[in-house]
Write a protein that binds this ligand. Structure first.
Ligand SMILES: NC(=O)c1ccc[n+]([C@@H]2O[C@H](COP(=O)([O-])OP(=O)(O)OC[C@H]3O[C@@H](n4cnc5c(N)ncnc54)[C@H](OP(=O)(O)O)[C@@H]3O)[C@@H](O)[C@H]2O)c1
Length: 276
């Protein structure tokens, strides 16, 4: 069991991502529930979260920021500037801001809060909901190693975490932020393929889901590259070699790489739209 961080944590927006991060932080004992305050526009969500995790509901976003060392801001990117604008002046060098909003840069956040406010831009992904996330984060100009350690501990409570230069954020988003959807799409295709070959839909679904979960777990724990694992399934002249031959002839790898390039470019477009 970890020694909890000696900080007061505030979470604004306890939706999908805020709720997942909060649950991970409490379950991994990264911060004691008695030192966590939450706020959201939805009172039902606040009550359910308080009763499930033993955290405190703040009276307002401003009050939450005033009594926190770190504030996790987990509202939608489209409302981020307006929401933050309501209490941005309550931040300062003693209160770090961690935003998980896609496409909103450290510079844009720093323009809203007082000078010297430590700002972190994070990009988690949906497997954080089951503690199997892959998150990246970038530091703003006032972030020290102490703030960095807090960000690592909080994001690390829901999976793998790494610090990256902000110039790589759209690339990370193309791999791990959007990545779960590529895999879900592959699962859909595998289920359809099983059904086309005569399996009942439910059985095809179970087999595809467990295959993807197992392959992911094996690839993460293996001490060899995914290409070697693939080779190990491909006996010469066998079924897998035949199947991979079809994927190659249909430019499977090119399609994935092109999709990721488009995700990357869309991230750049969204950042421009959100800052205009
Ligand atoms: N979900 C993902 O896969 C994912 C991945 C990476 C990053 N993110 C980022 O995570 C952020 C949140 O996404 P989400 O999917 O968790 O959204 P969500 O489920 O809609 O959660 C946002 C919550 O914030 C609340 N909220 C809105 N205005 C507020 C205010 N002024 N004060 C306090 N709470 C307020 C919302 O309430 P209302 O419903 O009443 O508006 C909602 O409960 C986004 O910026 C997104 O880019 C999400």
């Amino acid at each position: 069991m970890n020694t909890p961080l000696d900080i007061n944590l505030g979470v604004i927006g306890v939706g999908n991502m805020g709720g997942a991060l909060l649950a991970g932080v409490v379950q991994a004992a990264v911060v004691s529930p008695s030192r966590i305050q939450i706020f959201d526009t939805r009172s039902d969500v606040l009550e359910a979260t308080r009763s499930a995790l033993g955290v405190t509901i703040s009276e307002s976003n401003r009050a939450l920021v005033a009594s926190s060392d770190v504030v996790l801001l987990c509202v939608k990117p489209q409302v981020m500037a307006a929401v933050l604008g309501g209490f941005a002046d309550a931040f300062g060098p003693e209160t770090a801001l961690v935003s998980v909003a896609a496409g909103i840069t450290c510079a844009a956040l720093e323009r809203q809060v007082p000078p010297g406010t430590p700002v972190v831009r994070a990009m988690p992904n949906t497997p954080c909901l089951v503690g199997k996330g892959a998150s990246g984060w970038s530091r703003g100009t006032a972030v020290t190693d102490r703030h960095a350690a807090w960000a690592e501990a909080i994001l690390g409570a829901v999976g793998y975490v790494c610090e990256i230069p902000e110039t790589s954020m759209n690339a990370l988003t193309a791999v791990s932020g959007s990545g779960p959807a590529y895999i879900f799409h592959a699962i859909e295709a595998m289920i359809a393929g099983g059904v086309a070959l005569g399996l009942p839909s439910e059985l095809s679904s179970k087999l595809a889901l467990h295959t993807v979960a197992g392959a992911g777990a094996l690839a993460v724990s293996a001490d060899v590259a995914p290409g070697t694992l693939r080779q190990r399934v491909m006996s010469p002249g066998g079924t897998t070699e035949a199947a991979i031959g079809v994927l190659r002839s249909r430019d499977f790898q090119d399609a994935i790489v092109a999709a990721m390039q488009r995700a990357h470019d869309r991230g750049e477009e969204m950042a421009a739209e959100l800052s205009s």
